[in-house]
Design a protein around this ligand. Structure first.
Ligand SMILES: [Zn+2]
Length: 92
C-alpha cells in the first residue's frame, strides 16, 4: 500500500510522483514491500550516511531525500511521518 503525491524534482524541476507507505521511517533501510513503485529504490545518501529506501526522479534519477519530503514545509509528505502509527494507537 503506497500513498502517492506530486512533487517537483529538486534537480531537473520536472513534476514527478513520490510515494510513502504506512510504517515509513526516516532513512529506513527496511524494504517497503512488494508492489513498490519502480522509483522507490535503495539509494545511497550522504545526508543519511548510508543507504535507505528513497524516492527517485523518474527522469533524471536524482534522490528525493526524506528530509526534503517529510521535514520541509514544501515537502510532499510534510507532517506525515509516523501518521499511520499514531492512528493505529487511537487518539482520544
Ligand atoms: Zn529529476
Amino acid at each position: 500500500m503506497f500513498i502517492e503525491r506530486q512533487a517537483d524534482c529538486w534537480k531537473c524541476g520536472r513534476g514527478i510522483n513520490v510515494y510513502t507507505w504506512p510504517g515509513h521511517e526516516m532513512w529506513a533501510n527496511t524494504c517497503p514491500g512488494e508492489g513498490r513503485p519502480a522509483t522507490v529504490r535503495l539509494m545511497h545518501s550522504g545526508t543519511a550516511e548510508g543507504e535507505y529506501w528513497a524516492n527517485s526522479c523518474s527522469y533524471c534519477g536524482a534522490i528525493q531525500g526524506d528530509w526534503f519530503l517529510y521535514m520541509e514545509p514544501d515537502g510532499a509528505f510534510f507532517g506525515m511521518e509516523g501518521e499511520a502509527e499514531e492512528s493505529s494507537q487511537g487518539i482520544l
